[in-house]
Design a protein around this ligand. Structure first.
Ligand code: AMP
Length: 304
């Protein structure tokens, strides 16, 4: 099965307590596509500028990623984001966002992109997400967003929440959107809009998945060295939806496994800057860490 992702392919400048890099490959759709392609075919829909070289594009080579939707615009610069993290690596501080070529981006999906089973609307202005959604009729639509859009485009965001099946956001965003300090109460409010499954990322504390009837909680993989959290959320979304798209039924058992695959892939991303670690790993390494994850959370029940 296939996934279409619409998002950014970008350059980032990142500062963490452990190091600094002035320009590296980033973007929501970049992390997402590489992670999802471990399990499913991905149609990447994004735009880059002239500064995006063939060497940069090599990140996608040899993977199950269709690049027909990666537009390159001459004479323009790619999306650029600069961010900083303090010792609390769960909180990214945006220092600079330069939309550049992304400012005029109007995604036009072709037949193959439209027909994908899953559509992932990566973090972008809700209006753009809606315009994209209106071109497709997938089995499942998933969406990510960020604090900026909750603050500046709340109504548009609510409109699109009502149209999607699955929302992947972090706990601070649930609090900000719902004005609730209790994340579970806030999550209920979002589910009440018609979202079927809400996946709440909690950084180093793991993930909560909620539906009207069920809650599933997974820890984050306990890493001693978290170097750069940039892209963890998009890598998680890629592993999660990539695995889900590979399952014919996508039932509750698949959803739970998908949460662990997403968390497993994200745990690799944060070990190095940019996609430096994610691009090195093999599917065998992913499965090995997945099994460690299973052992980590396993306990024997007693007879009652
Ligand atoms: P995350 O997975 O949430 O850490 O997302 C990291 C990626 O999102 C970075 O590589 C950035 O290039 C990209 N990004 C940051 N801000 C935005 C934005 N406003 N719109 C789209 N992409 C963004």
């Amino acid at each position: 099965m296939t996934i279409t992702v619409v998002g950014t392919v970008a350059f980032d400048a990142i500062q963490t307590p452990f190091g600094k890099v002035d320009r590296c490959l980033g973007g929501s759709a970049t992390y997402f596509s590489v992670a999802a392609s471990f399990f499913s075919r991905v149609n990447l829909v994004a735009v880059v500028g002239e500064d995006f070289t063939d060497d940069d594009a090599s990140i996608f080579a040899g993977r199950n990623i269709n690049l027909d939707g990666l537009q390159r615009v001459a004479g323009a610069k790619s999306f650029f984001w600069s961010g900083e993290y303090g010792f609390d690596l769960n909180v990214a501080k945006t220092l600079d966002t330069q939309l550049n070529v992304f400012a005029g981006f109007k995604p036009r999906l072709n037949d193959e992109q439209r027909r994908a089973n899953i559509l992932f609307l990566a973090n972008a202005e809700p209006k753009l997400q809606m315009e994209t959604l209106e071109q497709a009729a997938p089995k499942l639509v998933a969406l990510d967003t960020m604090n900026l859009w909750i603050a500046t485009a709340r109504e548009d965001l609510t409109r699109i929440f009502r149209r999607v099946d699955l929302v992947i956001i972090n706990d601070a965003e649930v609090r900000q959107y719902t004005n609730q300090s209790n994340v579970i109460k806030g999550a209920r409010q979002i589910l009440d809009l018609g979202v079927k499954t809400l996946v709440i990322k909690r950084g180093e504390y793991g993930v909560l998945m909620m539906t009207d009837e069920r809650v599933f909680a997974a820890p984050a993989y306990p890493l001693e060295q978290v170097f750069d959290p940039t892209g963890a959320g998009d890598t998680f979304a890629g592993g999660f939806l990539g695995y889900l798209a590979s399952r014919p039924a996508a039932d509750d058992r698949d959803l739970r496994r998908a949460i662990i695959f997403g968390s497993t892939l994200a745990s690799f991303t944060v070990e190095k800057f940019s996609l430096d670690r994610l691009r090195q790993i093999t599917l065998d390494e992913v499965y090995a860490r997945y099994r460690e994850f299973k052992a980590l959370t396993h306990f024997e029940d007693f007879e009652v």
